[in-house]
Design a protein around this ligand. Structure first.
Ligand SMILES: Cc1cc2nc3c(=O)[nH]c(=O)nc-3n(C[C@H](O)[C@H](O)[C@H](O)COP(=O)(O)OP(=O)(O)OC[C@H]3O[C@@H](n4cnc5c(N)ncnc54)[C@H](O)[C@@H]3O)c2cc1C
Length: 424
């Protein structure tokens, strides 16, 4: 049975969220700008502003809405979360205000799934309370898309793990209380069993920040970026710092990356909708050639293409969320890859049209569109490049494909007609 209606009780929650994000979270984007700003737990001013907002979210039962009940959250499930994340995606402070910002979402999921009671008490609880932020330190300077190329390693010495190597683009490490680091611990194993996850408090001796790389759009000083290049200089952590078992690094990483990708896609639906809302307002506000932009067919075409592409993408995201909720673990893998590919493309096309419709104003920093534009490349890179996900989708379908039974394809009309006639 397929039913696209939303229960009135859920709709009321979504309406509350939409108004709250517009009236309370979007002002934070303007007052405390910068994509790293929501992670800066040391900024007393922004934290003081945010605290009463977080209390309101908690009072509504909407805090940490990504976590299932057995993992300590409200347990809305992915389909409901998709509708919520669409709203939160419109503001970059909103996910933090609602206790559901990446990478803390993924990190809290793997802590809940693989963590010991002690790890949960030390790291998961304060993460869920929103008092600290965390970092996922996986990509290396010489290898990103293919983790089999990673070389940062750890070995046992007495009752400690010793970590040696480099990591790159460890987002928000400068604000994080701890880093979850993917390291080679079992080089003798087959490739997918070589790595493990270690939890490293950020101030552990030997954790060296080479620099904090900036991405396009960051307009601050040389070392003010949020993507850390980290050197681990014989960093020592106790044996019980391992998250999951030795050699289970890939398994733990997969558990968080899948969810992270689909959550990004959910939020991207909201970002695209915001760009379309701006296009609609512009089209009925601006005049050229004696009539509003909205009466020009090129403009109508740009609006229609954007609405249709977003509707298709949104349905894909909702179906993916439904599969996660209703089918066995891992069944949504291919659909998550589809979402990852499509979110970069749809977001690009819609934001480009929105900028075009706003003319010179669209290119200024006086609208959110420029910020959206500069975030486009990240969509096709972070959590794995588009190409890797396309390959995954194609392989999933190719593995069930069978060669043509004879010289011609099975849909070859003359061959089929011959077979039908032969049946008599
Ligand atoms: C904004 C942002 C935040 C990030 N945050 C984090 C973080 O917090 N923690 C973390 O560990 N990492 C993070 N990353 C890193 C991210 O995971 C990597 O950028 C990504 O995995 C790609 O790795 P790479 O950049 O080394 O590119 P490479 O692996 O060098 O790939 C470069 C290009 O090669 C091509 N390519 C790669 N593989 C294939 C293939 N199989 N087939 C065809 N073409 C291919 C693609 O065009 C790809 O874009 C972040 C990245 C961005 C942009």
């Amino acid at each position: 049975m397929i039913d696209f209606r939303i229960e009135p009780e859920l709709q009321a929650k979504l309406d509350w969220m939409a108004a709250f994000v517009r009236e309370q979270c979007e002002p934070m984007d303007l007052l405390f700008p910068g994509h790293g700003a929501p992670y800066d737990v040391a900024n007393k001013e922004s934290r003081a502003y945010m605290k009463p907002l977080q209390d309101q979210v908690k009072a509504q039962g909407l805090w940490g809405c990504h976590l299932d009940k057995e993992l300590g959250g409200p347990g809305y499930g992915q389909l409901t979360l998709a509708l919520m994340n669409e709203i939160l995606g419109r503001s970059y402070w909103a996910p933090t205000v609602f206790g559901t910002a990446a990478p803390d979402t993924g990190n809290s999921e793997i802590l809940a799934m693989f963590g010991t009671d002690e790890q949960k008490a030390t790291y998961l609880q304060p993460l869920m309370d929103g008092t600290i932020v965390s970092c996922f330190s996986m990509t290396e300077p010489q290898a990103g898309a293919d983790p089999k190329e990673f070389t940062c390693r750890a070995w046992r010495e007495g009752d400690e793990w010793v970590i040696e190597g480099e990591k790159w683009f460890s987002s928000n490490a400068r604000f994080a209380a701890f880093l979850i680091v993917m390291v080679v611990t079992n080089p003798e194993n087959p490739p997918h069993g070589r790595m493990s996850m270690l939890i490293v408090p950020t101030h552990t001796p030997g954790v060296e920040f080479v620099r904090h790389s900036q991405t396009m759009g960051d307009s601050k000083g040389e070392d003010d970026g949020t993507h850390a290049y980290i050197r681990y200089n014989k960093v020592r952590v106790p044996l019980d710092a391992m998250l999951g078992g030795p050699g289970e690094g890939f398994k733990v990483a997969q558990a968080r990356l899948g969810g992270g990708r689909v959550h990004h896609a959910m939020r991207t639906v909201g970002k695209c909708q915001r760009a379309i809302d701006m296009m609609l307002e512009r089209a009925v506000s601006r005049r050229t050639q004696g009539k509003p932009l909205s009466e020009h067919q090129f403009v109508q075409g740009a609006i229609a293409d954007s609405i249709i592409e977003l509707e298709q993408f949104r349905l894909l995201v909702l179906k993916t969320a439904w599969i996660i909720d209703n089918e066995p673990h891992g069944a949504a893998r291919t659909h998550i890859a589809m979402c990852k590919v499509q979110m970069a493309k749809v977001y690009h096309d819609i934001v480009q049209r929105a900028i075009q419709l706003h003319g010179s104003l669209g290119m200024t920093l006086e609208l959110p569109l420029a910020d959206m534009w500069m975030g486009l490349p990240a969509m096709a890179l972070a959590d794995g490049p588009t190409e890797v996900h396309k390959v995954q989708v194609a392989k999933a379908y190719l593995k069930n494909a069978t060669p043509a039974p004879g010289l011609f394809p099975s849909e070859h009309i003359p061959t089929r007609l011959e077979a039908i006639r032969a049946r008599g």
